[in-house]
Design a binder for this molecule. Structure first.
Ligand code: DP6
Length: 336
């Protein structure tokens, strides 16, 4: 009897990964190189549990172009282009020409105003390389994610991670782990102060700061010292060392935005009210400190035991829409 030869089943070039958002305790703001997306200052962040992006990538032979579905809708050409840029790098490494279907869902608390490029590009880096069988170690994955969005390089790692400043001409730069998620039982209490997308994205905001703010050079000069204080404080689990440096980092980078032309003002009335609440709690003896990113929300850093009190006070603050409490979380994970 003649045996039929079956065509060899082609392995599916598909993988899924989840990554979490991170909050910088010492901030990245400004680039030394836009081609390689190299930060001008070092930063240190905390990866947050619960603020998850879940991304599936499938490379499909014969597909005419990359297709991105974001939170259940077709992504804009601008969003898709940023994804294609990363996928082109992954395709070049694997020697695979096929375009991809990408589905990405931000499993953030509803309308938190927090969906971030950090978790998105960290998940995309892990899923796309895994789909093509590229077994990237964390540092290489971090470099790939960082190239698309520098803060994403930090979300590859769980707990506390740092991203050094880049140097002009350097081509690769990865974040590094500083301490695991269980190193320090702190919480981030997010006070959501506005709905909807932010006015000026971070990429544009930092470029405008660099090219027009008279404070930018001072920021770049001082940021490494602030970062070193934050890092030392994190290692020693010393909130009263980390907190003031984190606040200075936040207000220093916002000062660059405020003094840019035209100015970038992320503060809303509820932002100022939430910042005042954090100060008031501190005056009452609770060690809690505030940070902000390129948006109006306030993120309070405190010890786990104080989080319920901080949450209640922020919830009662005029203009605060809701609060979210997040603990340190793990790094990127490739899922079956
Ligand atoms: C204020 O990483 O979003 O959140 O590299 O241009 O994508 P690009 O910028 P991005 O900037 C984050 C800025 C920040 C501070 C921080 O996370 O360190």
């Amino acid at each position: 009897m003649k045996r039929k030869t079956r065509p060899k089943a082609r392995p599916r070039m598909r993988a899924r990964a989840i990554a979490r958002a991170n909050i910088a305790l010492s901030k990245y703001w400004g680039k030394v190189d836009t081609t390689y997306n190299l930060p001008a200052v070092p930063s240190l962040s905390l990866t947050l549990d619960g603020l998850v992006t879940d991304t599936t990538v499938e490379f499909v032979e014969g597909l005419a172009e990359d297709r991105l579905e974001l939170d259940g809708r077709a992504a804009s050409p601008k969003e898709t282009k940023r994804v294609t840029t990363m996928l082109d790098r992954v395709r070049a490494s694997a020697g695979v020409p096929f375009k991809a279907l990408v589905t990405s869902v931000n499993k953030f608390p509803t309308a938190s105003g927090l969906a971030s490029s950090a978790s998105g590009f960290a998940a995309l880096a892990a899923a796309s390389t895994a789909a093509l069988g590229l077994d990237y170690p964390e540092a290489k994955l971090s470099n790939l994610a960082r190239w698309s969005s520098a803060s994403a390089g930090r979300s590859i790692f769980g707990g506390f991670a740092e991203l050094p400043a880049g140097k002009p001409g350097q081509k690769t730069l990865s974040a590094k782990p500083v301490a695991d998620a269980d190193h320090w039982d702190v919480r981030i209490v997010v006070a959501v102060t506005a709905q909807g997308p932010k006015d000026v994205g971070s990429t544009e905001g930092m470029e405008r700061s660099r090219s027009t703010s008279p404070f930018y050079d001072a920021w770049v000069e001082r940021a490494p010292g602030i970062h070193a204080t934050v890092k030392r404080g994190v290692k020693k689990r010393d909130l009263d060392a980390v907190g003031p440096a984190m606040e200075q980092s936040t207000f220093a980078f916002h000062s660059c935005g405020l003094t840019a032309i035209p100015p970038i003002v992320y503060f809303q009335p509820a932002t100022l009210a939430a910042l005042a609440t954090v100060r008031r709690l501190r005056d009452a003896g609770i060690p809690v400190y505030a940070t902000m990113d390129a948006g109006p929300h306030v993120k309070a850093l405190c010890l786990a035991a104080d989080a319920p009190k901080v949450k209640r006070a922020l919830e009662k603050t005029e203009g605060v829409l809701r609060t979210i409490v997040a603990k340190p979380g793990p790094g990127v994970e490739v899922r079956a």
